[in-house]
Each structure stands twice: as structure tokens, then as C-alpha cells.
Design a protein around this ligand. Structure first.
Ligand code: PLP
Length: 379
């Protein structure tokens, strides 16, 4: 029996995506049709962000473009505002440091989305920044920040914005142009539910200008974003050999995403999941700005996340524990991409009922029954 993956990413992958991945045989360096196809996939990806702005695919796990965004966009000596209300947020400060910038960490409570008033007041006093970084959905906590409102504040001072949207793209509504952000970074293995290994960058004209007008050279070849979109010779398409199998898989995964109102589907399962766990006596880790793609739930004092995950794994279901300091105190459910189906969630909650009982902590109210009630009620 195959294990059900209902974790906060990487997600399960649809059979159709896996089939498409191995159904192709070509040489991505030589085949001119492949080049056209690749560009089409990049444009198709842009539909998830409702934009015609340049999007490009980088071969590598999403960390490559988080690092690459700083490496490409930031000049030596730039001051960068690192907005952080979670583990991923603070991580940008390391990249700023590696590449010779000066990071100012704006660290806020991990259980809340950024307060816009507070950010506005901060910026009134200090706005001498060339760039700001932020995370759209903090995967460890299930907080989705209001990046449109944040970008509006940054734009008052001409501060360019880099947004890690790896666990949000596909599951949260994004309008790249209307949001006024400069880079949105996405990954293949979260809500899009393609195999891990591709990452996607969407870039504004303003950000292209910043790269073009750098005082110092981009200190990398592989991570230099300009190599992906600024090709004068149209036959020199890629800075290195692309992985055609992963690109075909991504194309099929995007077809499945675009087939329905994917954001509405995520909203619905997020809503049902939160109501179910709260009704059964659990506490949500996030206090506001709840994510559409995952829910982090606080565990009772006497249950460790590792033990719950093991009990669930025995029942053939993979869920996530917390991350960082909250690793053992939370469990996380990924209502994300291909994980989402009635069958999966009915089984998930049934097995959580059993697992808590196995761990000597039987629940007063059944998660499975509560899920089914809300499944009927919330459309
Ligand atoms: C998954 C994810 C990444 C990529 O990190 P990995 O741990 O390598 O999967 C980056 N940012 C966010 C917000 C993510 O959820």
C-alpha cells in the first residue's frame, strides 16, 4: 500500500504528473521544440500569479532562488530590510551577509501576520533600504502575510521587495502586478505538487533594472538571474542543460492546478481543517492571517510530535511536525495541492482519532465526525 502524504510539503504527486514525466524523450539542448515548450511552461506558471511579467525556471530546489535573489539583486553594501515572523523569514539575513550586504532584521511574533500600522511607523523613522525580503506563507507556523499591504508601504520609499512564496503559489491568491512586488519565488513541490527540483522566479521590470545597473558584478554564474531571461542569441536559451522530465511534470501539474479554482479549493479545506481541530479542543498555532495551504496545530503537553508522526506512519499517513524550536510541540497538516481530497482528509482525521487514543490521549470529540460535519456545511 502506498503511503498517503498529507504533510506541509513536499506533497503527494498525481499519477498523471508522474506519467507525463517519463513519457518524453528528447534532448533539451538540441530540440528547438523543447525551447518553445519550456517558454510556454514559464508563461503558464505566470497564470498562477495572474501576470505576463517574466517568469523563469531554475533547476534546483527553491533554496537556490532564495539565495539567488539576494546574490542577483543586492549590490555590495546595500541595506536590506529582512522582515521576519518565522524560520524562513530570518534566513534571508544569512544570504545578505554572505554577499556583503547589511541586513536589518525586523523580527516579529511568529504567531501573527505582520501588523501594517507598526511597519508603517517603523519605515517612517528608517527607510534607507534598497531591498526588503519577506515570506508569503511561513510554512513552519501556517501564517500567510499580507504581501500586498506590505509592498504598498515599501513602495512609498522605492524599496524593492523579494517574496518567498514557495509554500503559497497555487494555493493563495496572487496578482503580481497589482501587489506591486518585485520578485516572487516559487517551488515545484508544494501547492503545485510537481516533483522537487525546479524553482520558479517571477521578476518585475524594476528588478531587472536594478540588476542591470549594479555597481558590482553578480558574484555567481549559476545564481545570476540575468542569465535566465537576458539572452541576446535566441538559440542560446539556457545557461545550462535543463531537466526536460521535470519540466514536463511541471507542465502537467500546472494543467491540474489551472483546471479548477485552486485557491477556492485550498480556502475551503483550510477552513474545514481549522474548524475541525478547534472544535475538538485543539489550539491553532497561528492567531491570525491563517494560511490556505497548511495548518499548524498545538499538541497537548503530554504528546510529542515525533510520537504522533510515528503512530500516523504506522497507519500509512505522513503528516508534518513543527519546525525549529516548535518541532515537538506542533503537528502540521498540508491541505496543499494534490494532498487535497475528501478521501484523504476523511482518512487523515480517522487516523488522528486513533493515534491520539494509541498515545493515551483519547479525544472527547471525534475529529473524523467533526470533519464530516464541516465538510457538509462549508462549501
Ligand atoms: C519549502 C520551502 C522552501 C524550500 O525549503 P526546503 O526546506 O528545502 O524544502 C523555502 N521557503 C518556504 C517558505 C518553504 O515552505
Amino acid at each position: 500500500m502506498k503511503r498517503k502524504i498529507i504533510s506541509a510539503g513536499p506533497t503527494s504527486i498525481n499519477e498523471k504528473v508522474l506519467e507525463r514525466m517519463v513519457s518524453v524523450s528528447t534532448n533539451p539542448d538540441l530540440d528547438p521544440e523543447y525551447l518553445n515548450f519550456h517558454r510556454e511552461v514559464e508563461r503558464k506558471y505566470g497564470k498562477l500569479l495572474n501576470t505576463d511579467a517574466t517568469s523563469f525556471i531554475v533547476l534546483g530546489e527553491a533554496m537556490i532562488i532564495l539565495e539567488g535573489s539576494i546574490c542577483s539583486l543586492m549590490d555590495k553594501g546595500d541595506r536590506v530590510l529582512v522582515l521576519s515572523n518565522g524560520v524562513f523569514g530570518a534566513g534571508f539575513a544569512d544570504y545578505v551577509d554572505f554577499f556583503g550586504g547589511s541586513a536589518v532584521l525586523y523580527e516579529r511574533d511568529h504567531r501573527h501576520g505582520f501588523n501594517i500600522e507598526e511597519l508603517r511607523e517603523f519605515l517612517e523613522k528608517d527607510h534607507d533600504f534598497q531591498l526588503a525580503t519577506m515570506v508569503h506563507c511561513e510554512t513552519p507556523t501556517g501564517v500567510t502575510n499580507d504581501i500586498k499591504a506590505i509592498a504598498a508601504e515599501l513602495n512609498k520609499y522605492g524599496i524593492l521587495s523579494i517574496v518567498d512564496s514557495v509554500s503559497a503559489v497555487g494555493g493563495e491568491y496572487i496578482d503580481f502586478d497589482d501587489f506591486g512586488v518585485d520578485l516572487i519565488l516559487g517551488g515545484s513541490q508544494k501547492a503545485i505538487s510537481a516533483p522537487t527540483g525546479l524553482s520558479m522566479v517571477t521578476i518585475s521590470d524594476r528588478a531587472k533594472e536594478k540588476i542591470k545597473n549594479r555597481k558590482t558584478k553578480v558574484p555567481s554564474y549559476y545564481m545570476n538571474f540575468e542569465n535566465y531571461y537576458n539572452y541576446s542569441d535566441p538559440t542560446f536559451a539556457f545557461p545550462y542543460t535543463m531537466n526536460e522530465h521535470l519540466t514536463y511534470a511541471l507542465d502537467q501539474a500546472l494543467n491540474l492546478v489551472l483546471e479548477k479554482d485552486f485557491v477556492a479549493l485550498h480556502k475551503r479545506y483550510a477552513d474545514i481543517t481549522r474548524k475541525t481541530v478547534v472544535d475538538c479542543g485543539f489550539e491553532l498555532y497561528a492567531k491570525d492571517h491563517h494560511s490556505n495551504t497548511l495548518t499548524a496545530v498545538v499538541l497537548p503537553e503530554d504528546v510529542k510530535a515525533q510520537d504522533l508522526l510515528e503512530k500516523m506512519r504506522e497507519k500509512n499517513i505522513e503528516i508534518s511536525k513543527g519546525a525549529g524550536p516548535m518541532a515537538e510541540k506542533l503537528f502540521r497538516i498540508g491541505h496543499m495541492g494534490n494532498n487535497i481530497s475528501y478521501e484523504n482528509f476523511d482518512l487523515l482525521f480517522q487516523m488522528l482519532d486513533q493515534s491520539f487514543a494509541d498515545l493515551g490521549h483519547p479525544l472527547d470529540k471525534s475529529l473524523r465526525q467533526t470533519f464530516n460535519k464541516y465538510y457538509q456545511e462549508i462549501k
